[in-house]
Ligand binder design. Structure first.
Ligand code: NAD
Ligand code: UDP
Length: 331
């Protein structure tokens, strides 16, 4: 199939482009380079030996999207493009609503016009809110989101449901990611957060690389296995493969899938595994809990297994090794 990948130069998008190309899909990328670098395209070629068409366009400009659909016979779209920093979204909510919603609505309008009605959308476990049970199942539905970023995801899910209700010739897969981490084993592509990272794994790597002094572990008095927070960390290559399955095995209608490993890992377990696998010390200190954090949650990934034949294959050790390999290669 000929697939348009929005945000295809970003962290998850780039890994997905690799897996799509490996399965002989033709990939067209649109990315405005807001949070990525053009050189990623060369890395994708290096990894796969295939070529990728790149449009350096902003999805907020609808006529640019039309141009892409006018000049390519697109079969389906994977929509990653968007802003994703939780803290920044609290400070600049309008910027988040404007970019994430406007770009999605533009994309959907153009898809409708060109009768391209197959979509895979990047959502997040954040839309569950706090359902009161740490094992998240799709049927739980959406809860109350706690920041504008999360609200954009919940709003887009609603927009997609309304769109499907109005026209059931759409096939839409909403993928709710848990905590994507890791990097491609080549060390050529990975996550490159701007400035000081907010998320755990990028912070661990900066401390290991001696670019930041000490990791603050936010709380060790949660009712969890060792008192630190528990999350479902998913290797980005497993996640990327989940997108290929979502496309290749796409069911009719609108479907929602959790993409996670199904296993909770504590912050302390991640840090000690990182140290062991890479034989490197990560300085850390225990500090207060971070406001808004839940103690523990992880995916029930059985729907993705049953309907898409997908499950994670990589281990926490793989995640720690590949993350550090990428960091070392890009110091
Ligand atoms: P990323 O920032 O690395 O990639 C997003 C890409 O979209 C970037 O390359 C950016 O330049 C591009 N982009 C943003 N706005 C655009 C616009 N208006 N027009 C064109 N391109 C635009 O993020 P990621 O980690 O790869 O995440 C991909 C998607 O998955 C996002 O929608 C994100 O919200 C979602 N998601 C990410 C996580 C995570 O922890 N990384 C978790 C859950 C969901
Ligand atoms: N965390 C931490 N120190 C950090 C960043 C995160 O202890 O510098 C913890 C956080 O409290 C949570 C887990 O790591 O329990 C994952 O946080 P992250 O921000 O990576 O993702 P989230 O689950 O919040 O989306």
């Amino acid at each position: 199939m000929k697939i348009l990948v929005t945000g295809g130069l970003g962290f998850i998008g780039s890994h997905t482009c690799v897996e799509l190309a490996k399965q002989n899909h033709e990939v067209i990328i649109v990315d405005n380079l807001y949070n990525s670098k053009e050189e990623v395209i060369d890395k994708l070629k290096q990894i796969t030996g295939k070529s990728f068409k790149l449009y350096k366009y902003d999805l907020v400009e609808k006529e640019k999207i039309e141009e892409i659909f006018e000049s390519n016979e697109i079969d389906a779209v994977i929509h990653f493009a968007g802003y994703k920093a939780v803290g920044e979204s609290v400070k600049k909510p309008l910027m988040y609503y404007s970019n994430n919603l406007q770009s999605t609505i533009n994309l959907l309008e153009v898809m409708q016009k060109y009768d391209v009605k197959k979509l895979v959308f990047s959502s997040s476990a954040t839309v569950y809110g706090d359902p009161g049970n740490p094992k998240y199942v799709e049927e739980m539905g959406r809860g109350k989101t706690t920041n504008p970023y999360g609200t954009t995801k919940a709003m887009i899910e609603q927009i997609l449901e309304d769109l499907y209700a109005s026209d059931n010739s759409w096939d839409i897969s909403i993928l709710r990611y848990f905590n994507p981490v890791g990097a491609h084993e080549s060390g050529l592509i990975g996550e490159e957060p701007n400035g000081i990272p907010n998320n755990l794994m990028p912070y661990v790597m900066k401390v290991a690389a001696r670019k930041l002094e000490v990791l603050s572990i936010f709380g060790n008095d949660y009712p969890t296995v060792d008192g630190t927070g528990v999350r479902d960390f998913i290797h980005v290559v497993d996640l990327a493969k989940g997108h290929v399955c979502a496309l290749d095995k796409m069911k009719k209608g609108l479907n929602i899938y959790n993409l996670g490993s199904g296993k909770g890992v504590s912050v302390m377990e991640l840090v000690t595994t990182f140290e062991k696998v890479n034989d490197i010390k990560v300085n850390y200190k225990i500090v207060e809990r971070r406001p808004g954090d839940l103690p523990e949650y992880y995916a029930d990934p059985s729907k993705a297994l049953n309907e898409l034949g997908w499950k994670t294959e990589k281990t926490l050790e793989d995640i720690c090794r590949d993350s550090w390999n990428y960091e070392k290669n890009n110091m």
